[in-house]
Design a protein around this ligand. Structure first.
Ligand code: SAM
Length: 276
């Protein structure tokens, strides 16, 4: 009979943030696949668990997935852990989960600490609906696209960032979020845990030399999707704006009304322009 793959959440700082079930699974499995075996060894020593560890990280994910899937098929039970928090969330694991499902191997999540949820619940920012962005892409084009998404988002946004890139990231998102409220959740569950709230500008003044781990939470854009759409249309030339509605099959008189309304212009002014 095939074994099971357990996705075990581990602490994000405070070693006591591990569930009884997670400890039981780590004790019972045959193998623990770990993002950084040295890091996991510290946790296992703390829990007084001795177990075979296999390294499983971004750079060996493909080859190790095959190896681990074979072991699961042979009947071994495997726990996957990352350095901290919930595996798969901005951490390795998605490959092996997909392959396990393909091979009809049971995948069991063992929930626990996760930095984005830990930060969100104490941030004071609307948690009803949110988008988790994770780390912003480093590639220029992809980063620009993501920043555009941030600008238009009508729900709370959550980002991860490394301390040495925090100031650059704050600078990059600044033009897209205006005066929206931002919370920086630092060193969660650790001795120096701290929540700072303000506009990006206020936070930039406050944080000169970022240290530790950070989650960035951005309040939703209060503007409606329609207001955002109109703002974007108003950045076009008036001809492009006209064409946008024309391509939607709207008739000329109606387009002129709409363009005038969007741009807060007099209808006759717009009409004269298009008569020319
Ligand atoms: N899988 C993890 C989870 O469940 O949250 C996230 C791993 S990701 C590689 C690491 C990032 O998570 C850090 O750069 C930071 O943005 C965030 N993070 C992890 N632990 C944190 C903590 N104790 N306090 C604040 N942010 C943390």
């Amino acid at each position: 009979m095939a074994g099971q793959l357990y996705l075990v959440a581990t602490p994000i700082g405070n070693l006591e943030d591990i569930t009884l079930r997670a400890i039981k699974i780590l004790e019972q499995v045959d193998i623990i696949a770990a993002e950084d075996t040295r890091q996991t060894l510290k946790l296992l020593n703390h829990l007084k668990i001795s177990k075979t560890l296999i390294s499983y990280h971004r750079h060996n994910e493909e080859i190790k997935t095959k190896e681990l899937i074979n072991k699961l098929i042979e009947g071994k039970n495997i726990a996957l852990v990352s350095d901290a928090g919930t595996p798969v969330i901005s951490d390795p694991g998605d490959e092996i989960v997909k392959e396990a499902i393909k091979n009809k191997i049971k995948v069991t999540p063992i929930p626990g600490a996760c930095a984005l949820i830990t930060a969100l619940i104490a941030s004071g920012i609307d948690a009803k609906e949110f988008t988790f962005i994770g780390f912003l892409p480093q590639n220029k084009k992809n980063r620009k696209e993501k920043l555009e998404q941030i600008k238009n988002a009508d729900n709370t946004l959550i980002l991860y960032e490394a301390p040495h890139k925090l100031l650059q990231t704050l600078e990059d998102i600044k033009p897209n979020i205006d005066q929206r409220k931002v919370v920086l959740a630092r060193e969660l569950t650790k001795i120096h845990e701290e929540f700072k709230t303000g506009t990006i500008e206020e936070l930039q003044k406050d944080i000169i030399n970022p240290k530790g781990e950070y989650v960035i939470i951005v309040e939703k854009n209060e503007k409606t999707q329609n207001q955002i759409k109109i703002e974007n249309l108003n950045k076009l030339t008036i001809e492009e704006h006209y064409k946008y509605y024309e391509e939607m099959g709207i008739e000329k008189k109606e387009i002129i009304k709409k363009v005038a309304k969007d741009r807060k212009l007099n209808k006759n002014e717009v009409y004269k322009k298009f008569l020319k």
